[in-house]
Design a protein around this ligand. Structure first.
Ligand SMILES: NC(=O)c1ccc[n+]([C@@H]2O[C@H](COP(=O)([O-])OP(=O)(O)OC[C@H]3O[C@@H](n4cnc5c(N)ncnc54)[C@H](O)[C@@H]3O)[C@@H](O)[C@H]2O)c1
Ligand SMILES: CC(C)[C@H](C(=O)O)[C@@H](O)C(=O)O
Ligand SMILES: [Mg+2]
Length: 366
């Protein structure tokens, strides 16, 4: 192999529900890469979310934090479940676990690439997309400096506030412009600047950053309109940059456009090489523990880990080719089987590993 071998420490936080099932397949795929290319990947498991609450009484135990700090990258499954979702913030798998981790690690740039992997099969006729959603992930409505729920004079009320500093908007805008500049040079900034002060600031800062990227064509859309335009003209979008909650919602919409949440990976990055990689989907309690979950999003997140944190672009592309080939060959989990025969989570992982071994063998021969 013409590649330099890499030693790489990967923290694995499989989490709850389908998290452990899909993460297991992603780890197998990374092991196949390590063996095939002569790299040494060390996998160390930690607890995050509901499983951590059960075992340690907190969704983000100190040991998990130490593991994060001593890893080169993190592979995460999914967190949450009905039994924990209404617990208060610091005991909540989402807020006190995953979101706290993203924030503590300053992983502000959440990349969610929605690529058509099943041509001609989108629920939206003619949709053939390569959309990169850039979600701001450490501020905005999710991390309100003011949030509360009170009963005063017999009236119950609750509030969250969307808060951004100009610097928080600027750094995510720069990431989005750089990515757009390297792709088709089209960027859509999504806000609600006709109503929200935080969105007015967002738009002003994006316009200011645009001056440094004259090669990028910038459009602004209000989030409600964007949600509709994505359905009407999905193929027109390239890079989208948006606020935390808007990005959460629009990324699930993009998953719908490409056919399943089980196909959408993500990377959460900051300015160094460290990153957290996870499928966009959640714990999917409706299918958990039944070998039904599609592990493609988790496997593609592992490819993103190799690309962004390990700087192993060729290896990342091998995984992406393997997943595409398996899907194109008609080996599908139930969510994308379109009524045809379906394999399980493990069966899909087996097929990707076999395809990947074939790809690696063909590279070795060439
Ligand atoms: N990143 C995360 O960890 C994350 C993301 C979203 C939701 N959640 C949590 O997950 C739990 C369930 O939330 P939800 O039902 O709103 O969202 P969800 O993403 O878990 O599931 C939504 C729908 O998509 C399907 N789905 C999800 N992943 C799939 C996969 N890999 N293969 C096939 N189908 C898949 C599910 O079966 C379900 O019908 C909640 O506790 C929520 O807080 C966690
Ligand atoms: C689990 C939840 C807190 C999380 C989010 O809202 O960020 C998820 O929906 C996601 O899209 O990663
Ligand atoms: Mg989400």
């Amino acid at each position: 192999m013409p590649h330099a071998s890499r030693d790489f420490r990967i923290g694995v936080l499989a989490g709850d529900g389908v998290g452990p099932e899909v993460t297991r397949e992603a780890v197998r795929v990374l092991e196949t890469i390590a063996k095939g290319f002569g790299h040494s990947f060390t996998f160390t498991e930690g607890l995050l979310g509901g499983c951590a609450i059960e075992a340690k009484g907190t969704p983000l135990p100190a040991e998990t934090w130490e593991l994060c700090e001593s890893s080169d990258a993190l592979l995460v499954g999914s967190v949450g479940g009905e039994q924990w979702d209404s617990l208060p913030a610091d005991m909540n798998p989402g807020l006190g676990g995953l979101l706290r981790l993203r924030r503590k690690l300053d992983l502000y740039a959440n990349l969610r690439p929605g690529l058509t992997l099943l041509p001609g099969e989108s629920p939206i006729r003619g949709a053939d997309v390569d959309i990169l959603l850039v979600r701001e992930a450490t501020a905005g409505l999710y991390f309100s400096p003011e949030r509360d729920r009170v009963v005063k004079d017999g009236v119950e009320s609750a509030w969250d506030t969307m808060h951004y500093t100009a610097d928080e908007v600027r750094r995510i805008a720069v990431v989005a412009f750089e990515l757009a500049s390297a792709r088709s040079r089209r960027l859509t900034s999504v806000d609600k600047a006709n109503v929200l002060e935080a969105s007015k600031l967002w738009r002003d800062v994006v316009i200011e950053v645009a001056r440094d990227f004259p090669d990028v064509e910038l459009e602004h859309l209000y989030v409600d309109n964007c949600a509709m335009q994505l359905v009407l003209r999905p193929n027109d979008f390239d890079v989208i940059v948006t606020e935390n909650l808007f990005g959460d919602i629009l990324s699930d919409e993009i998953a719908g456009i490409i056919g399943s949440l089980g196909l959408l990976p993500s990377a959460s990055l900051r300015s160094d090489k460290f990153g957290l990689y996870e499928p966009v989907h959640g714990a999917a309690p409706d299918i958990a523990g039944r070998d039904l979950a599609n592990p493609a999003a988790a496997i593609l997140s592992a490819a993103m880990l190799l690309r962004h944190s390990a700087e192993l672009e060729d290896e990342a592309e091998c995984i992406e080719r393997a997943v595409s080939a398996v899907l194109a060959g008609g080996i599908r989990t139930a969510d994308v089987a379109r009524g045809g025969p379906a394999v399980g989570t493990v069966g899909f992982g087996d097929a990707v590993v076999a395809e990947l071994e074939g790809i690696i063998a063909s590279i070795a021969l060439s």
